[in-house]
Design a protein around this ligand. Structure first.
Ligand SMILES: [Zn+2]
Length: 258
C-alpha cells in the first residue's frame, strides 16, 4: 500500500484533530466529508465517495461508537490514507467517529451515559436516528464496524450468520501477523471458535439493537464487527485493523470469492 504520510496516534482522543486530518486526507482520496448531525456540541460527519465508480461495490466502515476504542477511529483514517483502492476501485461510506464526546472523554458511552451501540432499535436517540437516515436506500457489499475490547486476549470478529462465503477466518489470518487471535471458547457469553463469533441476527435476538443489526437487516448481507485487544500497543491495534479493512475491501472488490 502506498502510504500518504505516517500517522501519529498520540492525539487519538482529540476529535478536532481527527476531523482536521480527515478533511485533508478525504480530499486526497476523492471523498467528501458530510455533516449529518450534532451531539453534545460536536458535529458528526460521514465520508463518502465523491464520484461513485459505476459497477464497483460499496464498502461501509464505522468507528468510535464507543469512545474508549481509539485504535478503531485511527485505523479508519489510516486505511483511507494508505489504501491504493481509493478513489478508483471501490466506493465507500465511512463514519469516522459515531461518538465524539466519548472519544474526547475516553468513555464507552455518550454524554448522557447511553451505550449508543444499543440504540438502533428505535429513533429515540437523535444521532442514531440521523445515522440511520443517512443509510436509507443504500446497499453495501460489506459492512465493518470497528471496535476494541479491554477483556480480549487478541483479535476477534463477530460475523452475521447468513450469506456465504464467510470472511472472518480469512480476516483474522491477515490480522494475526500483527496481533494474536483471541482463542477463548466463550466471548461475551457467546461461543467462539478461533476468534470467530458467528451469530444469528434476528430482530428478536436482542431487545436493544447494535449498529450491526441495522446494517444486516437493511443494508448488507455481510455485517462484521472487528475487535482488537485494548491492552496491546495502539500501533499494533491500528495496524491489525488496517490490515483487516484492506483485506475485506479487496474481498468486497472481488465480490468475495477466493
Ligand atoms: Zn466497542
Amino acid at each position: 500500500m502506498g502510504r500518504v504520510q505516517p500517522i501519529q496516534h498520540q492525539r487519538a482522543h482529540d476529535y478536532g484533530h481527527l476531523i482536521r486530518r480527515w478533511r485533508s486526507i478525504a480530499r486526497q482520496r476523492g471523498l467528501q466529508l458530510v455533516p449529518y448531525a450534532s451531539a453534545s456540541s460536536y458535529e458528526l460527519f460521514h465520508a463518502i465517495t465523491r464520484r461513485p465508480v459505476e459497477g464497483r461495490p460499496w464498502l461501509y466502515l464505522s468507528a468510535g461508537i464507543h469512545g474508549d476504542e481509539p485504535a478503531a477511529t485511527e485505523a479508519c483514517l489510516e486505511w483511507v490514507a494508505s489504501t491504493s483502492l481509493l478513489p478508483n476501485d471501490l466506493n465507500v461510506m465511512i463514519f469516522p467517529c459515531l461518538n465524539p464526546w466519548g472519544l474526547v472523554n475516553n468513555r464507552r458511552t455518550d454524554a448522557d451515559g447511553r451505550d449508543l451501540n444499543r440504540t438502533y432499535h428505535n429513533d429515540s436517540v437523535p444521532q442514531t436516528a440521523a445515522h440511520k437516515a443517512t443509510l436509507e436506500g443504500r446497499r453495501f457489499g460489506l459492512a465493518l464496524a470497528l471496535h476494541e475490547d479491554y477483556d480480549a486476549d487478541g483479535v476477534y470478529i463477530y460475523e452475521a450468520r447468513g450469506a456465504r462465503p464467510y470472511l472472518a477466518e480469512d480476516l483474522l489470518e491477515t490480522a494475526s501477523r500483527h496481533l494474536p487471535i483471541d482463542l477463548r471458547r466463550t466471548i461475551e457469553g457467546r461461543s467462539a471458535r478461533a476468534g470467530v463469533v458467528r451469530r444469528t441476527m434476528r430482530p428478536d435476538s436482542m431487545p436493544e439493537h447494535p449498529e450491526a443489526f441495522v446494517l444486516f437487516f437493511n443494508h448488507t448481507d455481510r455485517s462484521l464487527t472487528i475487535e482488537t485487544p485494548s491492552e496491546a500497543h495502539i500501533d499494533a491495534r491500528v495496524t491489525a485493523h488496517v490490515a483487516i479493512i484492506e483485506r475485506a475491501a479487496r474481498r468486497c472488490l472481488l465480490a468475495l470469492p477466493e
